[in-house]
Each structure stands twice: as C-alpha cells, then as structure tokens.
Design a protein around this ligand. Structure first.
Ligand SMILES: *[C@@H]1O[C@H](CO)[C@@H](O)[C@H](O)[C@H]1NC(C)=O
Ligand SMILES: *[C@@H]1O[C@H](CO)[C@@H](O)[C@H](O)[C@H]1NC(C)=O
Ligand SMILES: *[C@@H]1O[C@H](CO)[C@@H](O)[C@H](O)[C@H]1NC(C)=O
Ligand SMILES: *[C@@H]1O[C@H](CO)[C@@H](O)[C@H](O)[C@H]1NC(C)=O
Ligand SMILES: *[C@@H]1O[C@H](CO)[C@@H](O)[C@H](O)[C@H]1NC(C)=O
Ligand SMILES: *[C@@H]1O[C@H](CO)[C@@H](O)[C@H](O)[C@H]1NC(C)=O
Length: 585
C-alpha cells in the first residue's frame, strides 16, 4: 500500500514536472503547437506563436521572457503568416525547421547549407539565438542554422551584422513594414563594404544615415563617451567584415531597434520603471541626415544655419540667381582649383565625423607622414586621415572624390587633412592670425575693466586655450571617455557628503552610481588643491596606464571650469574603471 502511494506520488511529481518544466530544445519528431513555447535555459527568452499588435495573423517569434514580456526580437515567418491557431513548428532529421498550417502546408522552412549533423536538435539559447546544431556540438562555428544569421529589426548583443567576402552572404537588420506586419520594410541597418567599410541605415538603395567608419575605438559618427557597459567591435579581415557588440553585465537587457520609420534606437530595460528607455538615438538632428550640407561642407548642430563650407570652399548654388539659397544640397566648391603637381597643401581640421568612406583607400601599416605623401602623389586624392586613432594614431585612409557628410562636433571627433591649393591655405592662415590679434585686443580691454570675477574668467579662458593647445600637438588622444559634468553630479547625488568614500591627495573621493547601475568612484579636485591641469592630466595618464588588480581602473574623466561657482573652485571629476579619454573636453 505504501509502495503504491509512493509510486503515485512519484507519478504525480513526474507529471507535475513534465507539465511545468520549460523546455528549450526540440528534437526531430517533437513539435510545438500554437500556444506552446520553448524557454531558454536561463529564462531570458521565449519562443512560440504570437500575433503582432491587433493583427490576427500568427507568426513564430522570439520575445523577452524575464523582462518586458512580449517584446519580440525575431520572427521566423516574416512574410508567410499562419492565418489561424493551427500552426506547428518542428525540426526534421536533417535539421530543417518548418512551420506547418492546419492543412499540413509548409508555411516557412529554414535552409541549412550543411546537413552533416548526426543528431540535430533545435535549441533556444539564453542570448536569444535560436539554433539548429548537433546535440553534442556546442561550437557556434558548427551550428547548422541560427536565427542570429537572419536578424529582423533587432540587433541583440552577440549578433553580427556584416558581409562574408568568401560566400558573399550578408547579414543585416531590416525594419518591420509596420507595427502589425513583421515583413521586411524599406529600411536596413548594415555594413556597407564599398571603400573602407562603414555602418549605415539605408532606405532601399539610398543611404539615409551613416553611423560612420570604425577608427579602432568607435564609429566616427558617435564620438561621445562610449558607455563602459557596452563593448563595440568592428572586425575586418580578408574573409569578412562585421559589426557587433557585447554587454559587460548579463543582467542588463539592451537592444538596438530599427523601427518602421528607419530610426535606430538603442534602448536599455529599466527595472525600476519597467520600461525600455531610449539610451541613444543617433538620428536626432538635421546633421544626421546623410549629406545634409552637400559636399565639402560641415554640419554643426550647435550653429544656425548648421551648414558651413570648409575653409577654402564656397557655396555652390543651382543657378547664379539663387546664390543666397538655403538649399545646401549642392554643397560647396573649391575657391581655387588644385594645382595637383607640387602646388597643394593640407588644412588640418579637428573634431570631425569623417566623410563618407565609399571612395577611399586604406592601409593600416602606413603612418600619417607617408599618408600625406601618397595623397599628394595622386591628383584625385582630396583628403587623408589616420585609420586608427588608438595609441596616438596609425594607419592611412585616403579619400578620392568629393568629401561628403561631415559633422563638426563640439566635443570629440577626429582629425582630417583636407587638400587645398597652397594659395588658399596661405589665405586661411593669414586670416587666422588676424583673428588671434583681435582676440588679444579684446582680452586687453577686458583686463582694464576687470572685476575679480572677470579676472578669474579670463584665467580660465587662458587655461582652456592651453589645454586645447597641448591637445593639438598630437601625442594625446588618451584612451578614456570624457563624462559630462551633469552625469557625474547625478551619479554622486550632487557630490553629497553622504557619498564621500574618503579623502584623497587632491580632494574627496565620492561613491557614485551611473544611471545604468555601474558603480564608480569619483575624485573631485578643487582649485586650491594645488593640482593644476597639467598635473591632473599627468595623473589621469598615469592611472590609465596602471593595470593592477588592487587599483580601480580608470574609465573616464571630466573637466569643467565654471565661472558661476562662487567658491572659485575648479570642479574636476574623475571616474575610475576602464576605457578611454580625449582631452578636448
Ligand atoms: C496552408 O499552407 C499552404 C501552403 O502555404 C496553403 O496553400 C494553404 O492554403 C494553407 N492553408 C490554410 C488553411 O491556410
Ligand atoms: C537555400 O539556400 C540556397 C543558397 O543560399 C538557395 O539557393 C536556395 O534557394 C535556398 N532554399 C530555400 C528553400 O530557401
Ligand atoms: C552524444 O553524447 C552522449 C553522451 O556524452 C553519447 O551517449 C552519444 O552517443 C553522443 N551522440 C553522438 C551522436 O555522438
Ligand atoms: C551586474 O549587475 C547586477 C545588478 O546591477 C549586479 O548585482 C552584479 O554584481 C553585476 N555583475 C557584474 C559582474 O558586474
Ligand atoms: C600597406 O603598406 C605596406 C607598407 O607600405 C605594404 O607593405 C603593404 O603591402 C600595404 N598593404 C596593402 C594591402 O596595400
Ligand atoms: C589615383 O587613385 C585612383 C583611385 O584609387 C586610381 O584609380 C588612379 O589610378 C590613381 N592615379 C594614379 C596616377 O596613381
């Protein structure tokens, strides 16, 4: 009797277990019907049938399970819907996935290039990747098929978008037609490998937005502090090019979404508000519209109008009558044609999003000096720049043809050397000297009418120039992100005394938390600490070079001079962990 009871309990337990045990795997012969799901082992993602928005059509998709339940990240049968709840997903002995409808018609099936698996299974991984693989082979290189190879509108951590030069195959994200139709819309987010590769959003065949080319640290279109929670990477070799990213902490849920209107939104799940918060939208102003100012012009969000011809170039209009036209699509043209042989020089322009690289030539082992020579040798070369900004910069990128889609940033950005007729360059230089003299006169006048406050302001102004100048001599571009002051202030609860961890050599050290939850230590230097900007820079340089497990790693810096602060303190924040810094803050 007791044994029987025991058996019954066991059976019940078993029954119970089977019914609630979330499975992540399908084997040949098994299937999931509409209403049943697979759940990844860590519980992050779920796969099953769903209907988008108010639509009644059924699709097989993957959505978040732990957070933001229902946010779909991938759809299998984007273009071939199941009209009712009769759909079934299964995998066969060859490892091919298929969705069948009520009349056993195949609505969608996967395509495997290899069918060498002895025991194929389909498994939903905790990264959100749905894969077909050999049961005993977890090497991602050997997957027979994976959903990460066929992105829809969502670019998840670990996905790669790019091109395989050997097979000619391409992976790119494509928008949904609309919120109720997951079929591919007109927008794509991809790596364009014409010339030196760049990441772009295209509308059909046209570039809508150019995130830019990779300079070793970031895409040149987004020079602002790289969030230390992400690590981006662009891999380029003879076999392939791809852009990918990872999240440092797996408890953070983040995604890039290419929405039905062609906007890329980078969002992070905020557990406190239970919401996706838009962390960054790259296409937020006119300057992000591809070639908004036409050729040989820069776009600057802080200025009105935003477009300006590069020095040495003049506005080109459609006809002689509309010389004052606000239409910049014609861009600018050279004041003086290039002399080509021996008569040209280069104007160095700093803080830029580098121009479109679709007509460029690149070599990573050539230095800047050699790069200049190469550019001068070829009459159609219009500009050059370092390919990689790390370690003071190396590599050579040469532009042939018009310079298009340049942004002038107020912070960060890269150097570009623009080819001009030497006579134009001399003209620009003499104008620059005149401006400097004017500045000196203004400073002199200001000193005469100076109050204590203005003297301070001037001192700071001069220091700012000095800082800029040291940056100009090129050995800089330290590898640390610059934080803006507000970020640091928010993180430390406005430098609350409750957050003080201790007193360092040059000022207090605060404990802080960035919005994304990352804990940081912030060192605030005061003007009367005796540490000047030079010493500060030296300290930052030193700390950033030290890699010791007992030392917190430096991950950013922030320099601010604010005349409005009455205690005349120079506020300087320092956040410790790892990454990179530029001195033009
Ligand atoms: C099932 O799918 C097949 C093939 O796509 C199609 O011809 C058929 O009309 C579908 N049946 C239903 C009931 O939707
Ligand atoms: C499978 O892929 C091959 C090569 O990429 C292609 O030629 C073929 O049409 C595809 N088959 C299906 C059913 O999509
Ligand atoms: C897979 O591994 C299991 C246990 O390690 C083994 O019993 C089985 O034979 C293997 N299957 C194949 C196809 O190699
Ligand atoms: C990841 O973030 C969570 C929550 O913010 C935190 O508890 C955990 O310690 C972090 N893990 C790592 C490795 O930083
Ligand atoms: C790059 O430049 C180096 C040095 O001049 C040269 O040896 C190498 O062949 C070049 N590579 C390519 C791909 O042109
Ligand atoms: C200049 O560069 C262009 C583009 O790479 C090339 O087609 C052309 O042959 C080069 N001209 C000379 C004289 O090297």
């Amino acid at each position: 009797m007791e044994a029987f009871l025991m058996e019954l309990v066991l059976c019940l337990l078993l029954f119970f277990t089977i019914r609630t045990w979330a499975i992540d795997t399908l084997t040949p012969g098994q299937s999931i019907k509409d209403g049943e799901t697979l759940v990844s082992a860590g519980g992050s993602f779920e796969l099953g049938f769903f209907s988008p928005g108010n639509s009644k059509s059924r699709y097989v998709g993957i959505w978040y399970k732990k957070v933001s339940t229902g946010t779909v990240v991938w759809v299998a049968n984007r273009e071939n819907l199941v009209s009712d709840a009769s759909g079934v997903l299964s995998v066969n002995e060859k490892g091919i996935l298929s969705i069948m409808n009520g009349t056993k018609g195949i609505v969608w099936s996967s395509n495997t290039s290899r069918n060498s698996a002895e025991e194929p299974i389909a498994q939903l991984l905790d990264s959100g990747n749905f894969v077909v693989k050999d049961r005993n082979d977890s090497d991602s290189e050997n997957f027979l098929w994976q959903s990460f190879d066929r992105p829809c509108d969502t670019f998840l951590p670990g996905m790669k978008i790019g091109i395989n030069f050997v097979t000619g195959s391409e992976r790119h994200a494509s928008s949904w037609k609309n919120t109720e139709d997951p079929a591919p819309g007109i927008y794509t987010y991809r790596v364009d490998s014409q010339g030196y590769p760049q990441v772009v959003v295209k509308k059909g065949a046209d570039i809508l937005f150019r995130a830019g080319s990779w300079n070793g640290l970031y895409l040149t279109g987004s020079p602002l502090p790289v969030n230390p929670l992400y690590s981006f990477e662009l891999v380029l070799n003879e076999n392939e090019v791809y852009y990918t990213y990872q999240v440092q902490n797996n408890s953070i849920y983040t995604r890039f979404l290419l929405n039905p209107s062609g906007l890329i939104q980078r969002t992070i799940w905020n557990e406190r508000t239970n919401n996706w918060e838009v962390y960054a939208t790259s296409q937020s102003d006119q300057c992000s519209i591809y070639a908004y100012c036409g050729s040989y012009a820069t776009c600057s969000t802080n200025e009105s109008p935003p477009c300006k011809c590069l020095e040495g170039f003049i506005h080109r209009s459609a006809s002689p009558r509309d010389i004052n036209s606000v239409d910049w699509s014609y861009g600018c043209t050279r004041r003086t044609p290039l002399a080509c042989h021996g008569g040209d020089s280069f104007l160095r322009k700093t803080g830029l999003k580098l121009p479109d690289t679709s007509k460029t030539w690149a070599n990573i082992s050539i230095d800047l000096k050699e790069c200049e020579k190469l550019c001068l040798k070829n009459c159609s070369c219009t500009a050059y720049a370092n390919l990689d900004v790390r370690g003071g910069g190396h590599g050579c990128l040469l532009w042939f043809g018009d310079l298009i889609d340049i942004i002038e940033f107020s912070e960060g950005g890269q150097d570009l050397y623009i080819r001009l007729a030497t006579s134009d360059l001399n003209h620009i230089r003499s104008k620059g000297k005149l401006n400097e003299k004017l500045k000196a006169v203004i400073i002199a006048i200001s000193v005469i009418i100076a109050s204590g406050m203005t003297i301070l302001a001037l001192l700071l102004y001069v220091q700012k120039i000095r800082l800029r100048n040291t940056g100009e001599h090129g050995k800089e571009d330290l590898e640390l992100p610059v934080f803006d002051f507000t970020t640091i202030a928010t993180a430390t609860n406005n430098f609350s005394s409750n957050n003080i961890l201790g007193q360092g050599g040059f000022g207090p050290v605060y404990k802080g938390t960035l919005i994304e939850g990352q804990e940081i230590a912030v060192k605030r230097l005061s003007k009367n600490s005796g540490q000047g900007l030079e010493e500060f820079k030296n300290e930052v340089t030193l700390i950033s070079k030290l890699q010791h497990r007992n030392l917190v790693k430096l991950f950013g810096c922030c320099i601010r001079k604010d005349e409005k602060i009455s205690n005349k303190k120079q506020i300087t924040g320092l956040a410790y962990t790892n990454a990179y810094c530029r001195w033009n803050c």
